[in-house]
Design a protein around this ligand. Structure first.
Ligand code: BES
Ligand code: MN
Ligand code: ZN
Length: 505
């Protein structure tokens, strides 16, 4: 990852490849004055009319020896009363990419001289955008170009000890957060012959060791003894055994009930006997993005020493067709004793989540949040912009929505009206695993609702937001890392939830 550092030194003396100055349209006169004083050669960038301050406008100018850095990148962040955090992320991302493209590997961001970077959350957004844009999954490319067009180092410059006390925590936070997002992206992008249940568990173990959380991995025999019929049913067609990964971070007294995160860990989804079409099937290597987001979030929460107790549960298996695979018509029995008729073996995510949601009850959790690339129907409804949000606890859902607005990891709530339950009624079991095409994201969530315990619950269908069809400002094509920033934002400010009769919502 980009090396992110803070230096207490006059920014004019730091010999980076370019100094990056952010400005709004209204601030051009002020910027001109400042440049006139400190980097006179760069004034031409304004007087020529090239730099307007419009959002994502980036103009390169030379400093002609006025400061140690030979170049300055002027970056526009638009106009208007309220400066949106997302505008800053995107502008910083565009600037960092432009710099990378010009093989500028060291960028300098002077904080205290910028009229824009005046609050912790603004600098957070700028650094997030810059760092997150500098991601590439290229470990399998045998001869990556010498300088791969990535920025290697970003230096935030401050000038006093007092300023350092204020801005150092911001730099440290963003570094840890982005490492978590990169970990999640790497796991999601890794090919299915690298990441399968056992290796996913190894990665969780390594993350736990580095960040400081406990990891236990239940073997197939243990999963059998527990009676996780959903996880075992989906696993039946696979040559690789399933795992159930349990991650525990105890950041406060043990008596405080934990928040439990559950992540769908289908390391490859062929659809099983209800086989998917060949076109685009390789995307289904990322069908464990929910699991990856949970691992990434645990990693960040533990590294930040958040004062909460947090548990991550990941049921993991491939979904394969074979002579031993589960078939339509099978009836599975889950950890909580309920049964489901298999209508479509491609609706496998809900089957493994069912066991994990039932298992979560053992923790008497404050709240349970699951993340899953669950339905194509959610992609049809919300595209690649917002995740589907469902749940049974008003305050929990509202908190997630607020965190989503702030992080721009958008969510949109969909209803769990009982009328939809009709679609997944079975004649022969407690519930059916597919309700057909209509309201597919909702029926999937209603299926999950059968298996939750007596706890506040939220479900995020990230099928559309986890896998980006093309690169955008700070999102690479492929695994996006969605969920990590959202959950960290939620958990960072966590307060006990007010009671709510779960039945009411
Ligand atoms: N993993 C898929 C959902 C998915 C689709 C994720 C596209 C990301 C992008 C899931 O297991 C699935 O196959 N769902 C089926 C359910 C149906 C059979 C009821 C679907 O959405 O088609
Ligand atoms: Mn499927
Ligand atoms: Zn799936």
């Amino acid at each position: 990852m980009v090396e992110l550092e803070l230096q207490r030194k006059r920014w004019q003396r730091i010999a980076a490849d370019a100094v990056v100055l952010f400005a709004r349209e209204e601030e051009l006169p002020e910027l001109r004055e400042r440049l006139q004083r400190e980097i006179p050669a760069a004034v031409a960038a304004l007087d020529s009319g090239d730099f307007t301050g419009a959002a994502k406008k980036v103009v390169l100018a030379y400093t002609n020896g006025a400061i140690a850095a030979p170049r300055v990148l002027l970056v526009g962040v638009g106009s208007g009363e309220k400066l949106e955090l997302e505008t800053l992320r995107r502008a910083a991302a565009v600037a960092a990419k432009r710099a990378g493209g010009m093989k500028l590997s060291h960028l300098l961001i002077p904080v205290t001289t910028s009229p824009v970077l005046q609050s912790e959350e603004w600098l957070t957004a700028v650094l997030e955008g810059a760092v997150l844009s500098q991601y590439r999954f290229d470990k399998y490319i045998t001869q990556p170009p010498e300088n791969n067009g990535l920025v290697r180092r970003i230096t935030v410059a401050v000038e006093s000890a007092e300023q350092q006390r204020r801005w150092q925590p911001v730099v440290d936070f963003v570094r840890t957060l982005c490492e978590g997002v990169f970990l999640t992206r790497d796991l999601a992008n890794a090919p299915p012959n690298e990441i399968y249940p056992e290796t996913l568990a190894e990665r969780a173990r390594a993350a736990g060791k580095e960040a400081g959380f406990r990891v236990r991995v239940l073997s197939k025999a243990q999963i059998e003894r527990l009676g996780m019929g959903g996880l075992l049913g989906v696993n039946r067609g696979s040559a690789r055994p399933p795992v159930f990964i349990i991650m525990e971070y105890w950041g406060t007294e043990r008596s405080v009930a934990p928040i439990v995160l559950v992540g769908k860990g289908i390391t490859f989804d062929t659809g099983g006997i209800s086989l998917k079409p060949a076109a685009g099937m390789s995307e289904m290597k990322s069908d464990m993005h929910g699991a990856a987001s949970v691992i990434g979030t645990l990693y960040v929460a533990a590294r930040l020493r958040l004062p909460i107790n947090l548990v991550g549960l990941v049921p993991a298996t491939e979904n394969m067709p074979s002579g031993s695979a589960m078939v339509p018509g099978d009836i599975l029995r889950f950890l909580n004793g309920k049964t489901a008729e298999i209508d479509n073996t491609d609706a496998e995510g809900r089957l493994i989540l069912a066991d994990a949601l039932a298992y979560a009850e053992r923790y008497s959790p404050q709240a349970v949040i699951d993340l899953a690339t669950l339905t194509g129907a959610c992609v049809v409804a919300l595209g690649n912009v917002a995740s589907g949000l469902f749940g049974n606890h008003r305050e929990l859902l509202e908190r997630i929505k607020r965190a989503a607005e702030r992080t721009h990891e958008y969510v949109w709530e969909l209803p769990l009206y009982e009328e939809y339950a009709e679609l997944i009624k079975s004649d022969v079991a407690d519930v059916k695993n597919s309700g057909g095409r209509n309201a597919g994201a909702i029926t999937a969530a209603l299926f999950l609702k059968h298996f939750i315990g007596d706890y506040p619950w939220a479900h995020l269908d990230i099928a559309g937001t986890a896998i980006a069809p093309k690169e955008t400002d700070y999102m690479p094509k492929g695994g996006t890392g969605v969920g990590v920033r959202l959950l960290v934002e939620l958990l960072r400010n966590w307060e006990p939830l007010p009671p709510q009769d779960a039945a009411k919502s």
